[in-house]
Design a protein around this ligand. Sequence first.
Ligand code: SF4
Ligand code: SF4
Length: 244
Amino acid sequence: MNDLKKNLKDRLKQAGAYVVGVADPSVGYEHAQKGRHPLELWDRCRSVVVFAVACPPRANNIYLGPLAPWEGYRNIGPAPQYVLSDEYAMTRLSILFLSSIAMKGMALLSSKGFDVSFLTPQLKLSAYEAGLGVYGRSGLIIHPVLGNRMNLGAIMTDAALEPDLRLEGFKPCENCDLCIKACPAGALDPVKKYPDSYSQERCTAKRTEIVNRGLYCHSCFAACPVGKLGEEELLSTSEVKGIL
Ligand code: SF4
Ligand code: SF4
């Protein structure tokens, strides 16, 4: 199984993943949302393979691009209409890119006789359990090199791969409160730890208000100073550059 894990990690990295880890779905996952625990989604799951693609803020999947400013365009349908900006295009492409990496990993596992599931478990929690990073005060997963500037993907398989350990000892938030100060909703508690520190209600209300003004809130994401790579380096570490 160790050989399979190594081959899988190499394959995913070759396809564009910056970092790959494995979580055991029967260990941890204490804070899984109802219906998002890997074993609730697929009771034969033995391993969750999690990978991260480096991405700069403008390619992150939380950024939707500006709303179309002209009324005629809005009248096309009931849903908000977003301008097809290059940021929006990068967002969509980065999601396709994650899928293409996952498909390559699934193909390898299938070729070795293992089953995979197309369902996706709770991604941030899986990344934490697989040792890709720790929860920051913002609730975003922080990787030592990428910071929060990454997109996550996961593959569930019935192959029992050796799990990786949580990243113990990495404490990026000890002397920092930039995301708390940057949040316009006061959704991040300065004292409590995630998930108790994060108010989904306040965040969602503020994001809805901001989206209705034609913008999108990712202040907590943008404020975080962790990570050693600049925007250009982040772009060049992934095939997002190739897609562009
Ligand atoms: S997305 Fe905006 S409102 Fe929500 S926690 Fe981050 S900064 Fe606050
Ligand atoms: S901005 Fe500071 S406190 Fe917030 S997640 Fe990043 S390192 Fe932690």
